[in-house]
Design a protein around this ligand. Structure first.
Ligand SMILES: [Fe+2]
Ligand SMILES: [Fe+2]
Length: 406
C-alpha cells in the first residue's frame, strides 16, 4: 500500500471528509487530494506529518511505512552479548527521521568492504538530508558496531514515549502555532529575509519543537502550562525564535546549528513559568517575596533544563542563564554588564527587547513601518555599546533586517 492509500484509508477509518481533514490540519483540499493520489508527497506532507498523525490517530511511522512503532521496535536486530561486535551495523533509514543529531558517526555502504561517512557525530541534520538518500534508493544506514547498542537504546526510549503524551503535546503546539500564525506572518512580511531563509527557519523551529516534545522532562513541564489561558509564554517564545533566527541568518557567523541553539533557548527560557504575569516581568523591582523567588530563579532553572539537550545542542544553557542580564549591568541573576555578556547571549537579549516592543504595538497595526520604528529605538538603546565588536555587528544586522525590505 502506498503512503497516499494509507492516508486515504486512515481518513475514511476516522470518519473524516477530505474537506474536514484539510481544514483541521490547515492544508488546501487539492494538496490533501494529491497526497491521497500519491502525488506531491514532498515537503508539504513532511510539514504536516505531526498534525496528520494526530488527526488520523496513528504514529508518523504508520503513515510513512504502514508499521506501528511497536512493529518497528521489533525490526531492530539486537546483537546478543555473545556475538562478536561487527565493524558496522545496519539501521533502517526511517529511524533517523526521529533525530536531528546523533552521538555517533553515520555511514552508507558502498560495497562489502567500503563505507562512507555521511553525517558526523553531533552535527545537526534535517529531514531532507535523510530523505535525499531514500530518493536514491538507499533504505539503510550504518553505524560503527560499538555505537549500535547505545543508538538502539536511545531509539527505543523515544519509541516508548507514550503516544497519548505525544498527542497532547502535539495538540498544544498545533493550537499555539495557529494562534500566533497571523502575528508571525505579519512579522515575516515586515522583515528582510528571503523565502529560502524563511523556509530554513521554519524547518529549524519544527525540528526544535520535535526535540522538545521528545524530551520527557520538558514535555512534563509543558503539560502543566495552561497554554490556552496563558498563550504569551509560548507565543513570545515563538516570536523570539523567529526574530533571533532571522537576525542570525543575515550575520556573518550564521549556521543552522546556531539557529537551533537560539530556537531551543527561545522555547525554554521562560518555560518554568505558569503564568503570563511572571513571564512579562523584566526586572525584580517591587515584587512580593514569592514572586521574587519565582522570577529570580527562572533563568537558572530553565538553563538547567537546557542541559538535558546537551547531546544535540550544546551551551544553550549559557544563553538562557543570561537572558535577563542587561548591557548596563543591572540585570539578574548575576548583574554582569556589556563586556561580560557573550555574543550569542547579547543577541538573544536584544531580540527579546524587540519582541517586547512588538508586544507593545497593537497587533492590527504591525507593519514594516512599525518594525523599522522598533529597530530604531533598539539602535538608540544600544548606541552606547557599539564600540563592542559583536554589538556593532548585531546593529548592522538589524539595519539589514529593515533595509533589505525597503
Ligand atoms: Fe525570562
Ligand atoms: Fe521571555
Amino acid at each position: 500500500m502506498t503512503i497516499g492509500n494509507r492516508i486515504l484509508t486512515l481518513r475514511k477509518k476516522n470518519g473524516l471528509k477530505r474537506t474536514e481533514l484539510a481544514r483541521i490540519i490547515d492544508v488546501p483540499v487539492p494538496t490533501l487530494r494529491d497526497w491521497e493520489k500519491n502525488l506531491s508527497l514532498g515537503k508539504s506532507l513532511l510539514d504536516k506529518l505531526i498534525p496528520l498523525s494526530q488527526e488520523l490517530n496513528v504514529s508518523i511511522s504508520e503513515i510513512l511505512t504502514g508499521k506501528s512503532d511497536d512493529d518497528l521496535s521489533t525490526d531492530l536486530a539486537f546483537i546478543s552479548p555473545d556475538t562478536p561486535t561487527p565493524e558496522y551495523c545496519k539501521i533502517r533509514l526511517l529511524h533517523f527521521l526521529r533525530f536531528n543529531s546523533l552521538d555517533c558517526n553515520l555511514y552508507v555502504k558502498l560495497s562489502n568492504k567500503k563505507y562512507v561517512k555521511i553525517i558526523n557525530k553531533y552535527d545537526l541534520y534535517t529531514t531532507d538530508d535523510i530523505l535525499k538518500f531514500e530518493k536514491k534508493g538507499i533504505n539503510d544506514f550504518y553505524v560503527k558496531g560499538n555505537d549500535y547498542i547505545p543508538f538502539v537504546e536511545n531509539l527505543i526510549n523515544i519509541i516508548n514515549l507514550k503516544v497519548s503524551d505525544r498527542k497532547n503535546a502535539t495538540k498544544q503546539h498545533a493550537s499555539i502555532f495557529m494562534t500566533t500564525s497571523e502575528l508571525i506572518n505579519q512579522l515575516i512580511h515586515s522583515i528582510g529575509i528571503t523565502e529560502q531563509t524563511k523556509k530554513t527557519i521554519e524547518h529549524v523551529i519544527y525540528n526544535t519543537v520535535n526535540a522538545i516534545e521528545q524530551n520527557p522532562k520538558v514535555a512534563n513541564i509543558l503539560s502543566k502550562i495552561n497554554i490556552g489561558k496563558e498563550p504569551y509564554i509560548y507565543e513570545h517564545s515563538l516570536l523570539q525564535s523567529y526574530i533571533s533566527s532571522s537576525l542570525i541568518s543575515i550575520m556573518n557567523y550564521s549556521s543552522e546549528s546556531i539557529m537551533h541553539k537560539l530556537c531551543l533557548a527561545s522555547f525554554l527560557h521562560d518555560i518554568t513559568f505558569k503564568n503570563t504575569k511572571h513571564a512579562k516581568l523584566n526586572n525584580l523591582d517591587g515584587l512580593s517575596w514569592q514572586d521574587l523567588k519565582i522570577v529570580s530563579n527562572h533563568p537558572a532553572k530553565a538553563a538547567q533544563l537546557a542541559t538535558t539537550f546537551n547531546n544535540f545542542f550544546m551551551d544553550v544553557d549559557k544563553i538562557i542563564i543570561d537572558h535577563h542580564e542587561t548591557f548596563e549591568g543591572d540585570g539578574f541573576p548575576r548583574g554582569i554588564g556589556a563586556n561580560q555578556i557573550p555574543p550569542l547571549s547579547g543577541l538573544f537579549i536584544i531580540c527579546h527587547d524587540i519582541v517586547d516592543l512588538i508586544y507593545d504595538t497593537e497587533k492590527e497595526k504591525f507593519s514594516s513601518n512599525e518594525f523599522s520604528k522598533i529597530i530604531n529605538s533598539i539602535k538608540n538603546k544600544y548606541s552606547a555599546f557599539t564600540d563592542i565588536k559583536h554589538v556593532m555587528e548585531i546593529m548592522a544586522g538589524l539595519d539589514k533586517l529593515v533595509g533589505l525590505k525597503s
